[in-house]
Design a protein around this ligand. Structure first.
Ligand SMILES: Nc1ncnc2c1ncn2[C@@H]1O[C@H](COP(=O)(O)OP(=O)(O)OP(=O)(O)O)[C@@H](O)[C@H]1O
Length: 243
């Protein structure tokens, strides 16, 4: 199913504010994110990266246009239906880990499934935990883990339900370079070896170089694309956009 799209925005417009304070955060954006690919969304500060991700994930509504996760259209769904669709088909990794401090790593990884009343697939859970090197850390609380380990727990939590797509918003923003490399390598492995789909917002050219391709945003519009981006190619593309 290589040519199918895990997530798609079609002619999406998103406006914040009113009158003199209007900001056109997304200005007729059309972009697709192929399944089993690792894609970076890049662009200068304020270019609309997070807004695009939030609209794609159904965390925010669009002003006009359409958004799809797999074959499902999000536009017009009720809040309850959106919550269910996110729970079943979307995983999230945030810059700030967002783990529950009183729960162990294993309980954090499984919390979303438990809340959704879904039974974890034991073989898949073991594969994800082993690939992330977390097997010996499952009984630890977040405060007993390093930042890199906490973010790996967050990656496992995002992947354990085998979502159609994982959205990662600056997942290495709070990590040192070694932990960043571990987390990025894992996200790459989850795509190349485990067949998952990851869309990552980043402004870091090194982080972007782990992806299969990059989508560049500027002023709320698609400003370019990069195949197999190298750090140098990303840096010069961003410099050309005035970042
Ligand atoms: N809730 C909001 N209310 C008003 N304006 C907003 C809101 N959210 C975003 N914006 C504006 O929309 C534009 C796009 O913001 P967005 O956060 O998507 O950019 P970004 O590319 O993710 O930026 P950064 O790299 O700095 O995080 C910016 O001009 C921002 O100020």
């Amino acid at each position: 199913m290589e040519s199918s799209l895990a997530a798609e925005a079609i002619d999406v417009v998103k406006v914040f504010g009113k009158g003199d304070n209007v900001v056109r955060a997304l200005d007729h954006v059309t972009v697709g994110f192929p399944t089993q690919r690792f894609t970076a969304i890049m662009g200068p500060s304020g270019s609309g990266k997070t807004t695009l991700m939030h609209c794609l994930a159904g965390l925010d509504t669009v002003g006009s246009g359409r958004v799809k996760i797999g074959q499902r259209e999000l536009t017009g769904l009720s809040d309850a239906a959106l919550t269910r669709l996110r729970g079943d088909h979307v995983g999230f990794v945030f810059q700030s880990f967002n783990l529950m401090p009183t729960l162990t790593a294993e309980e954090n990884i499984l919390l979303g499934l438990r809340l959704a009343g879904r039974r974890p697939d034991k073989a898949w859970f073991d594969t994800v935990v082993r690939t992330l090197g977390l097997s010996s850390r499952l009984r630890h609380k977040p405060s007993e883990l390093s930042g890199g380990q906490q973010q790996r727990v967050a990656c496992a939590r995002a992947l354990v339900g085998r979502p159609k797509v994982v959205f990662a918003d600056e997942p290495t923003g709070n990590l040192d370079s070694r932990s960043s490399a571990e987390v990025l390598s894992f996200l790459q492995t989850s795509v190349r070896e485990l067949g998952q789909t990851v869309v990552m917002v980043t402004h870091d050219p090194v982080a972007a170089s782990y992806t299969d391709h990059g989508v560049l945003l500027a002023d709320g519009r698609i400003a370019g694309r990069l195949r197999r981006p190298t750090p140098d190619a990303v840096s010069s593309a961003l410099a050309n956009l005035g970042a």
